[in-house]
Every structure is written in structure tokens, then in C-alpha cells.
Design a protein around this ligand. Structure first.
Ligand code: ADP
Ligand code: MG
Length: 237
């Protein structure tokens, strides 16, 4: 059981954004898609989510062919760099949103939101508005909202990219800790080598629409597959 990306290609006009990409992502793993800007990371993530369709290839999620399934049927949780919170709804209602549209029982929603806000240490902000949170707290709210529906996979696109260095580092630790508690299969996109190396179980290096290497942080450091990976990871400091 896993996410299987099989021979996925995607063009925008003449431009090849993804060129026959195949990746196997084991269940419960925290995986980084790492590479320079424009390499195709977001496109691949959006194809996994079902927000974009591949020109060819196949996506399997937990043994089910998801290639033609809607994002909702894939049951993915998504966190973007610029989190689109509902400004007029409380933090608790924002987290509850996915459960409310699925018409889950009120008691269940209340309990689940309580749990999630505890998990991201935002209980005391439950009744505030998102505008009253800091950037880091807002992304923690976004994480709680994405986890609310107990997604099969959690997908994050440069989730901490808009934050300053100190908060980024803090949220990196949060992601790792949350993942260790929830164990949901997670894929996050980053162009930040340090972020990937410190947080991920496994890293998929993507450049110009192709997979350059897949491996643990140690494997990438100890034996980069080619010059590109070696240069991109940079010297050990
Ligand atoms: P990354 O997330 O690695 O920075 P993207 O997947 O966003 O890269 O984009 C890969 C390439 O595909 C970029 O050159 C980008 O300009 C192009 N691209 C992405 N989406 C579209 C689109 N909807 N239309 C045209 N070009 C696109
Ligand atoms: Mg991107």
C-alpha cells in the first residue's frame, strides 16, 4: 500500500513539465519532493491530488487506481503556501469545514476539532479569527484543517515558504512531530535542501521534469546519483 506514480508525463503546450516520472511512495512515509523552481514539483503534487490530469501514466493510492478519481474521492488533505482561510469563520470553524460539508454529526465534529486544535496547540485560539493568528499559527491551523477529514494522503506545497526563517524551522519540527503522531502518508514540496534533509524520511529530487534521485537524506548525501544532485545539495557545512 502506497502512492504509486507510474510513467506520468505532462506538457503545457510544447513545454514538457513532467517527463515519464515514476515514483513509489510507501504508506506512512514522510516524503519530500525537492528541486529547483520550475522543475515540476507542484505539477506532480497536483496530479497526485487530482487537481490536474496527467497526459499519460497512472496514479495509484493505497492500491486503488486513482487516475480518474476526483480530489474528493482520493481523500487527500492539501496545504498550500498561501493558506486560503475563511476570514469570517473562527479558527475552530475553519478546522471543522471539511467535516461540516461532509455532514458529519455535530458531536463528532466538536470532538474531532477539539482533538486537532490540541494537536497543533491552538486550543486557546479556537474562537479567534484567522487574522488574529501569526503566520506560523495559521499554517498550523491549515495542517489541522487538512487532517480533519482523516485523509489517506496529506499533500503540502511549499507549506512554509511564505514564513520567515525562524518560524519555518519551528514548523518544520511541527510537521515532523505531527507526522510521527498521525502517521498519514505525506508528500511535501520544497526547494529548500535543508528543509528536506532535516524533515523527510525519503527525498525525491526532481529537476526539469525528471526524477534525478530517490533516497533517504543520508543516501543522497553519501552517494549523490549524479552531478546535478551533488551540486544541488551543496557542500556539507
Ligand atoms: P515547481 O513547483 O517545481 O517550481 P511547477 O510544477 O510549478 O514547478 O512548474 C513546472 C513548469 O511548468 C514551470 O516552468 C511552469 O512555468 C510550467 N507550468 C506549470 N503550470 C503551468 C500551466 N498551468 N500552464 C503553463 N505552464 C505551466
Ligand atoms: Mg511549485
Amino acid at each position: 500500500m502506497s502512492i504509486e506514480i507510474v510513467n506520468v508525463s505532462k506538457r503545457f503546450g510544447d513545454f514538457v513539465a513532467l517527463d515519464n516520472v515514476s515514483v513509489s511512495i510507501p504508506s506512512g512515509q514522510l516524503t519530500a519532493l525537492l528541486g529547483p523552481s520550475g522543475g515540476g514539483k507542484s505539477t506532480l503534487l497536483r496530479i497526485i491530488a487530482g487537481l490536474e490530469t496527467a497526459d499519460s501514466g497512472r496514479i495509484e493510492i493505497e492500491g486503488v487506481d486513482a487516475t480518474k478519481l476526483s480530489p474528493q474521492k482520493r481523500n487527500v488533505g492539501f496545504v498550500f503556501q498561501h493558506y486560503a482561510a475563511f476570514k469570517h469563520l473562527s479558527v475552530a470553524r475553519n478546522v471543522a469545514f471539511g467535516l461540516e460539508i461532509r455532514k458529519r454529526p455535530k458531536d463528532e465534529i466538536r470532538e474531532r476539532v477539539h482533538e486537532l486544535l490540541n494537536l497543533v496547540h491552538l486550543s486557546q485560539f479556537a474562537d479567534r479569527l484567522p487574522s488574529q493568528l501569526s503566520g506560523g499559527q495559521r499554517q498550523r491551523m491549515a495542517l489541522a484543517r487538512a487532517l480533519a477529514v482523516q485523509p489517506t494522503v496529506l499533500l503540502l506545497d511549499e507549506p512554509f515558504g511564505a514564513l520567515d526563517a525562524k518560524v519555518r524551522k519551528e514548523l518544520r519540527d511541527w510537521l515532523r512531530r505531527l507526522h510521527d503522531e498521525v502517521h498519514v502518508t505525506t508528500v511535501f514540496v520544497t526547494h529548500d535542501q535543508e528543509e528536506a534533509l532535516e524533515v523527510a524520511d525519503e527525498i525525491v529530487v526532481i529537476n526539469e521534469g525528471r526524477v534525478e534521485q530517490i533516497g533517504s537524506p543520508d543516501e543522497l548525501y553519501d552517494s549523490p546519483a549524479n552531478d546535478f544532485v551533488m551540486r544541488f545539495l551543496g557542500p556539507v557545512t
